[in-house]
Structures are given as C-alpha cells and as structure tokens.
Design a protein around this ligand. Structure first.
Ligand code: UD1
Ligand code: CA
Length: 467
C-alpha cells in the first residue's frame, strides 16, 4: 500500500470574513470548518496529517487537538509557502499527499478517497480536483491545451479576460507524489499580482519538467465550495444542513420542513421521531425514538430518551427520561434531569435539579438547586428560593408530596414524603413526612366594609360614571 498523507491549510486570517474569529474556526452546523475537513480526511486511513497554522494557531490547535500534527507558518506568504512549512515533517517520505484548505467544509471522505484512487490509477505526479462552476469568480481556473491536457492554474487576479471565462475551477484540493511536491515547492516564485507563493504554480512547474498531471473533475460543484465571506458561509451551512437532514430522514426521522430545520452534525435521532419546523438541535444532543420535537424548540447538548415530547421549549445540558414532556414555553437550564413520565408544563424554568418519575411541575414555576422525588405535584407559581444573594441552597422534596400553588420554598430545606404544603405558604423550616405546613397570614374578613368606608363608595361611583 502506498502511504497516504494530508496537509490542511489553515494559517490565513480570512480578511474577507471581516471577523474577530479566524476564518477556519467559523462553524458550519456546529463544527468548525477546519474540523469538517479534518474529519473527512481522517476517514481515509491516513498515515500522517499535518495542519498548517498561523493566524489563530493556538485556537486552531485547541479545536483539533492531537488528531493532527502541526506546522507553523509564521508569515502568510501564500498557499505554496504554507505547504512548505510541512517539509520537516513530510518531505523525506514516500507516498501520496492530499492538500486541502481549511475553508472548504463540504468535501466528503468519499471524494478524497476517489481522488487518491484516480491519482494512483493515472500514475500522475499531481492530480488536481476540479469542478465545473456556474459562477467561477474568485477561484483559480484550470487552463487546458488544445487536446484537453492541463497546463496550469491561473488565479482570478492574474487571469486574462479569456482565462476568466473558463468555468472549470481549482477546488483547492490536490493529490501529489509527496517527494516531488516538496521538490517543486522550492521552485515556486511570487511574481504575481498578490506577491504570494501560490501552491497551484507547482502544476506548471511539473508540466515544464514533462511530468504527468491529471485532473479529476468532480460532479458536484456544491461540495467544493470555498468559504471566503459570510455569504459563502451561509451557503455552506445550507448545503451541510440539507445533507444532515437527508441522512436523518433516510434513517426514519420525520422532518416536517427540512428547509427550516437546523440540526448540527453529530446529533443522533431515533426513528419515528417527528421534528417540526423551526427546530434547532445543537451540540452533542441525542434524541430517542418516537419523540415529538415541537415547532421552535431549541435543544443543546442534551439527551432525550424515547417517547419524549417537547413543545416550543429550550433545553440546555439536560436530560429528559422516557415518556416525559415539557412545554410550551419552558426552559431547562444546565443540569436539569427530568425523570420518566414526569410532566413539565408551561412557563417553567428548571436549573440543576432532579425531577422524579411521574412528578408534575405544571405551570409558572422555578425549580433551582433541588431534588424532587417521584409522584410529586408542584402547584402553579411555586418558587424554589435557592439564592440568598451570596450562596445557592438545596431543597429536597420527598415522594408523593403536594406543593400548593404560590408557595415559596426557601432553601436549604428538607420536605419529607407525603408532605403537604398549603397554597401560598412561604416555607423556611423543614417539613416532616406526612405533615402539613401552612405558613401564611390568617384571612380576616371585614364585615360591611362597603357601607362603612367612604373611599370604597367613591370608587364605586367613579366606576359608574365611566360606564
Ligand atoms: C485558493 C486557490 C484557488 C482555488 C481556491 C479554492 C491558491 C493561490 N489559490 O484560493 O486556486 O480555486 O483556493 O477554494 O492557492 N492559507 C494559508 N497560508 C497562506 C495563505 C492561505 O494557510 O499563506 C490557507 C487559508 O487559511 C485557507 C487556504 O489556505 O484555508 C486557502 O487560502 P485562500 O486565501 O482562501 O485562497 P483562495 O483565494 O480561496
Ligand atoms: Ca478560499
């Protein structure tokens, strides 16, 4: 087997993005562009991968970790100069080397595999991956001679008007004979409109030396999209999104309106789950079978078991066990754990809390820093008062308890099993199992208030006048 290497170019600033964030670190469907490229290359059983870093080197390294080696390009003198920085790591090796840019996030492992294969079959020194573009503006053009043999690549800025009309473009991906590549790179000059050392110039160098150049034209231009600005970034996300959604639909997930459904790359969804329009599933989210994710829900880094229903709610870093439901308009903040068949209704916020099996938190309630057992009923408008301005305090509520509406439970607090909190209570002392706590002012009724108080009469008169 011929050894396989790859060099990923990721040292540029990405001026056209007009961003603080380095270009290759912009995310497409939840994963940075350079990570997409690396992920697809990795699937090809590689012997060595080198990423060229420069602008944002530390940040890029942090994202990619030890999945690749790195070479530093201290000054960005062009793509040819960039590849040359991998010389110490690669130049003395036999094998084939794929070069890819960190700003082309849509290439698939399959395309890289085909390129390796084509390159090998042609016995070429260099194989360019090309594509046919409707609008080739901005890309390098493939210049072929009368009989269709590739002569060179001309950059947009250096192209004559006739060359600029050519629609076959350089995707920025190539496969080279590794040793020949590094030899040729030393011969690249920077006498062009940008004063840069262009990697594509090695093609003409090889050509002049009489070496075999091949070009592998891919059928799908969309896959080769290079992201240089925010417009292309949106385009890349759209294409990636369609690809992700299609995969889920093929796996048996119903996506009501794929065009308005936003699912990040690494998300798992069980079959017969229905995803309604406007849903966003982000990060490391896992969703089980036969769930219903209602319109405009946002789920981030969370795990939902089977048969979970989410209605227009936001769920972050949380877990919902089988058969539980939430919403509309509720919010699980980090570390909420919703037990089996538990019910979280509308306008409920839950943070760092365990809600036991079959427990119901139906309406307008805040639960923070608490452990609730099973089969509890939390009445409307209950507040777990967890913060005293300095520290957070925990509250435990035992199984089968009943928390009356409008209660304030001031932590730290222990409420036993089968306890009963009367509605409107402000509880700051523990309640033992099977006890009832009532903590509110006693009701006082003022007999004949209306007749005795002129203020009440005046108000009534005023009201009549307005009618
Ligand atoms: C490049 C190609 C062009 C091709 C297009 C495909 C060159 C000269 N041109 O143009 O033929 O059609 O990609 O998308 O190669 N980079 C470095 N160091 C540098 C310069 C760039 O690491 O000194 C990296 C960038 O971070 C980027 C990649 O190389 O990831 C491509 O650079 P970019 O400036 O985007 O090249 P294009 O103008 O798109
Ligand atoms: Ca580019």
């Amino acid at each position: 087997m011929t050894a396989k290497y790859a060099v990923i170019l990721a040292a540029g600033q990405g001026t056209r993005m007009k961003s603080k964030l380095y270009k290759v670190l912009h995310p497409v469907c939840g994963k940075t562009m350079v990570d997409h490229v690396l992920t697809q290359i990795e699937k090809n059983d590689m012997d060595e991968i080198v990423t060229i870093v420069g602008h944002g080197a530390e940040e890029v390294k942090e994202v990619l970790g030890d999945r690749t080696k790195y070479a530093l390009q201290a000054e960005q003198l062009g793509t040819g100069h960039a590849v040359l920085q991998a010389e110490d790591l690669l130049a003395d090796k036999d094998g084939m080397t794929i070069i890819a840019c960190g700003d082309t996030p849509l290439f698939t492992a399959q395309t890289f595999a085909e390129l390796f294969e084509y390159h090998r079959s042609k016995d070429a020194v260099a194989t360019i991956l090309t594509a046919q573009a409707d609008n080739p503006f901005g890309y390098g053009r493939i210049i072929r001679n009368d009989i269709g043999i590739v002569e060179k690549i001309v950059e947009q800025k250096d192209a004559t008007p006739t060359e600029a009309e050519i629609q076959e473009i350089n995707t920025g991906v190539y496969c080279f004979d590794n040793r020949e590549l590094f030899k040729a790179l030393h011969k690249v000059k920077n006498d062009n409109s940008q004063g840069e050392y262009y990697l594509p110039d090695v093609i003409e160098i090889f050509k002049k030396e009489g070496k075999v150049i091949a070009a592998y034209r891919m059928h799908d231009f969309a896959e080769s999209l290079g992201v240089n600005d925010r417009i292309a970034l949106a385009k890349a996300s759209e294409t990636m999104r369609a690809r992700i959604n299609k995969q889920h639909m093929q796996n048996g997930v119903t996506i009501v309106d794929p065009a308005s459904t936003y699912i990040d790359v690494d998300i798992e969804i069980g079959n017969d789950t229905v995803i309604e329009p406007g849903v966003q599933l982000k990060g490391q989210t896992v969703i089980g079978k036969e769930c219903k994710i209602g319109a405009h829900s946002e789920i981030i880094n969370s795990r939902l078991a089977d048969h979970v229903t989410v209605t227009a709610s936001t769920i972050e870093d949380s877990v919902m066990e089988e058969g539980s439901d939430i919403g509309p308009y509720s919010h699980l903040r980090p570390l909420a754990h919703i037990g089996k068949n538990a019910h979280i209704g509308n306008f409920v916020e839950i943070k760092k809390a365990d809600i036991g099996e079959n427990t119901k938190v139906g309406h307008l309630t805040y639960v923070g820093d608490a452990t609730l057992g099973h089969d509890i009923n939390v009445g409307c408008g209950t507040v777990f008062v967890n913060y005293d301005g300095v520290n957070k305090h925990h509250t435990n509520v035992g199984d089968y308890s009943f928390i009356g509406s409008g209660s304030n439970l001031i932590g730290p607090l222990e409420i036993g099993d089968h306890a009963y909190i009367a509605a409107g209570s402000t509880i700051n002392q523990d309640v033992e199992s099977r006890d009832m706590a009532i903590a509110r002012g006693r009701q006082v009724n003022k007999k004949g208030y209306f007749d005795r108080y002129p203020v009440a009469q005046a108000a009534a008169e005023n009201e009549n006048k307005q009618k």
